[in-house]
Ligand binder design. Structure first.
Ligand code: BG6
Length: 473
């Protein structure tokens, strides 16, 4: 792969950066109802906007009004690609309308045009935790098949609106965190579906249905995209965390395989052309009933993805007998004593990225793009106006080293590396601003203060140099 072909860049999501939550006809999306939390204090999920509570998506980093300035900074760093997401509730404020909100469509056309002005390839995610709340309240979210139709209608609007400008699309971000067989946290099921785990009546059945409908929506969107433009490359993004075995006790090795693998069944469905039989048997045993029509089977066969998007941050150790003393990680499994953790308890494991790239490539033989990777950290704005984020440079440098090895030594077909939040934005899990990922600092604080001024961190020039000089020979 030639250096110029590799998509260096970053990745952002609408609800974490845009702000302008009620402007230009936007409807209320699920994350507009989630308050700011902390590492210790979970975000509160409200049913309506309550006075006196802070909802970070309402302002974000005001990308809605700063996108030109921000894209100019990404261009200065030499970005070859930027992954954005479209907020469904800007396009269809309620989700079930017949005609789109043209001001919402126009906004994304403007953003894409701005990217193209600098030769930056837009990569567009259609669903990154941004569902119109009306679809949750009136249809029961993804439990209802009708929502697939609404989603496809929205996808069609955007495919047509950005045809000829956007080549790479992702149908969903991280639907894999919906797993009917394990206990889930409220925030994880909510950000994906708008439904709280603790509220679900028949938990396993409901989660399996949600997951199945989302997977089906994805394969149908792939076919729709290819029908609209055969040049579209359409994939799906998964957030994966390897769960290593504690040791070579075969039981632990098997547990490790199972814990890592349980988030792969949707990828299997999207790559193999059918919903996996092993999952259906597992469901049947657990008393979960899924109706798979002949039409669904055709949709799976016709909707294979073109590439896999990988979000990678961390790894864990698979559960083992007697592990209850060990701290549980956010993504399942327990902490690995060999690894250091971020301030938010995310283990730092560059090798895990190479491991996953190999795992995915050997299993699916599809091109992979790293759609998210990065370190959430507390940055200090020095009195001289600089931010010395050497820890971030170290984290990203070590991960890129592993990407290189995967490409050069293991022959993995990886066509891009996008850091998460190249500009500081709101944390998805905690809603904080102080958990910063960016090369660009945003003067916005959790107490609501700040001017939204953008400041280059030390890592800005460093990443610029990486993009300019890195080759995969
Ligand atoms: C990914 C999500 O899983 O993790 C992003 O796709 C999210 O939306 C990122 O921001 C990092 O998580 P957090 O909680 O640190 O923002």
């Amino acid at each position: 792969m030639k250096k110029t072909d590799f998509l260096w860049g970053g990745s952002i999501a609408a609800h974490q950066c845009e702000g302008a939550w009620d402007q230009d006809g936007k409807g209320i999306a699920i994350m507009d109802l989630v308050t700011q939390g902390t590492y210790e204090q979970p975000r509160e999920i409200c049913t309506k906007i309550e006075a006196g509570k802070k909802y970070p998506s309402h302002e974000g980093i005001d990308f809605y009004h700063h996108y030109k300035e921000d894209i100019a900074l990404f261009a200065e760093m030499g970005f070859k690609a930027l992954r954005i997401s479209i907020d469904w509730s800007r396009i269809y404020p309620l989700g079930d309308e017949q005609t789109p909100n043209l001001l919402g469509v126009q906004f994304y056309q403007n953003v894409v045009d701005e990217l193209l002005k600098y030769g930056i390839e837009p990569i567009v995610t259609l669903y990154h935790f941004e569902m119109p709340v009306h679809l949750v309240n009136n249809y029961g979210s993804w439990t209802n098949r009708k929502v697939i139709e609404f989603y496809l209608n929205y996808c069609e609007t955007m495919f047509k609106a950005l045809k000829g400008k956007v080549r790479y699309w992702a149908t969903f971000n991280e639907m894999n965190h919906i797993d009917p067989q394990t206990e889930a946290s409220d925030i994880f099921t909510y950000i994906i579906s708008g439904l709280k785990y603790s509220d679900l009546k028949n938990k396993k059945q409901t989660l399996a249905t949600i997951s199945y409908h989302m997977t089906l929506a994805s394969v149908k969107a792939v076919k729709l995209a290819h029908d609209i433009d055969s040049n579209f490359e359409i994939g799906c993004v998964f957030g994966l965390t390897p769960a290593y075995p504690l040791n070579c006790d075969p039981e632990n090795v098997l547990n490790s395989f199972k814990e890592t693998d349980r988030e792969f069944y949707q990828i299997d469905a999207m790559c193999s052309g059918k919903f996996p039989a092993y999952k259906l048997k597992e469901y049947a045993k657990a008393g979960i009933d899924l109706t798979i029509s002949q039409e669904d089977e055709i949709a799976f066969a016709q909707g294979k993805i073109d590439f896999i998007g990988l979000n990678y941050y961390s790894s864990s150790v698979a559960h083992y007998e007697g592990d209850h003393e060990n701290e549980e990680t956010l993504f399942g499994g327990v902490q690995n004593p060999y690894l250091q953790q971020s301030k938010w308890g995310w283990a730092i494991d560059p090798t895990g990225l190479r491991y996953l790239l190999n795992y995915l490539y050997r299993r699916y033989s599809l091109p992979i793009i790293i759609t998210e990777n990065g370190l959430g950290a507390i940055d200090h704005l020095e009195t001289d106006g600089t931010i010395q984020d050497d820890y971030r440079i170290e984290y990203i440098e070590q991960h890129i080293e592993q990407v290189k090895k995967a490409i050069v030594e293991d022959y993995v077909e990886c066509f891009g590396y996008l850091t998460w939040g190249p500009i500081d934005l709101v944390s998805a899990t905690t809603g904080e601003m102080k958990k910063r990922y960016g090369f660009i600092y945003v003067d916005k604080n959790d107490d609501g203060t700040g001017t939204f001024t953008r400041i280059k961190k030390k890592s800005f020039n460093w990443y610029q140099n990486v993009i300019r000089t890195t080759t995969f020979d």
